[in-house]
Design a protein. Structure first.
Ligand SMILES: [Zn+2]
Length: 299
């Protein structure tokens, strides 16, 4: 069967995964995968050591498939979309940008979304909000939550510490500017913490970007954190390996280690943007680093 025979709302693999956190309903949706040069994932790693790590993890040495996950959270009377995927502005990445039709396949009409939370304004997190097919179907009174510091940063973004190939910095600048133009009137900026809905707490971490934020869900003694880009696949074994997208790599490393330590101590669940779908896992301490322990599929 070719993909042409499968309608986009009826895919062979539905690419969504439901998790309950007490009374809060969570749906992890894969936006797809996009290619990333392996080096971008660990810019300060010793090349020989990094090649060994890639081989040990059955990953190719040059270009990786980077998973891209978004989350829909239902709590109280709110339906909250956390990040929006890559969108379709980038024809070079045809396997990502699937959020719009995967929401539809999950029975979620964009007009039912009351709130959007953005962990940060990189294109793989806001691009979906720029796409025809989504932006005009969102309700006029939509609330878009983003850290004040993040919106300010993108007025004049600093890429001096990033390590990423051209033309990515320009594309990131352009996408963030488009997003701010389009959604400025609906922004609900927050400083350091904000409770969007019962048990849905945003917390600014900084690091990856100055306003990078994570989302902690807590209900009836259960908890799950959506970590955005605070944690990447190599970051468990080697939390000090820096990612080229990090605007402040040292601060990003501190944020990553603190979060992994916190989750290892609490035993709370973790979901992150760029961990292999559905990415629901727990964190264990091992040697000098950490270990990602996938949650058991329970359907
Ligand atoms: Zn990202």
């Amino acid at each position: 069967m070719t993909t042409d025979n499968v309608s986009r709302v009826d895919e062979l693999v539905p690419s969504r995964y439901a998790v309950q956190v007490g009374d809060i309903e969570v749906l992890v949706i894969s936006d797809g995968v996009l290619p990333i040069t392996a080096r971008t994932m660990a810019t300060n790693a010793d090349p020989v050591e990094y090649r060994g790590w890639l081989k040990d993890n059955f990953l190719p040495p040059e270009v990786l498939d980077w998973p891209l996950n978004v989350v829909v959270v239902r709590s109280g009377d709110r339906t909250i979309l956390v990040d929006a995927g890559l969108g379709v502005e980038f024809p070079d990445f045809p396997r990502a940008g699937q959020t719009v039709h995967r929401l539809e396949a999950a029975g979620i009409d964009p007009s039912a979304v009351t709130d959007v939370v953005l962990t940060h304004l990189h294109m793989d997190h806001v691009g979906g909000l720029l796409t025809a097919g989504l932006k005009e179907r969102l309700r006029p009174d939509l609330r878009v939550h983003v850290a004040t510091r993040e919106a300010e940063f993108w007025e004049a973004p600093d890429f001096s510490r990033n390590v990423m190939p051209a033309p990515i910095p320009d594309v990131l600048r352009r996408t963030a500017a488009q997003f701010l133009d389009l959604y400025r009137g609906r922004l609900r900026p927050f400083e350091t913490e904000y409770e969007v809905a019962p048990g849905v707490l945003l917390r600014r971490t900084g690091g990856h970007t100055p306003g990078h934020s994570i989302v902690r869900l807590e209900s009836r003694g259960e908890a799950l954190t959506f970590a955005g880009d605070a944690v990447f696949q190599p970051g468990f074994d080697n939390p000090d390996w820096q990612n080229g997208f990090e605007h402040d790599p040292e601060e990003a490393t501190r944020v990553r280690i603190a979060l992994l330590q916190e989750l290892a101590a609490s035993g709370e669940a973790l979901v992150a943007t760029h961990l292999p779908f559905p990415s629901v896992c727990h964190v264990a301490v091992t040697g000098a680093g950490f270990r990602m322990v996938p949650a058991v599929w329970d359907y």
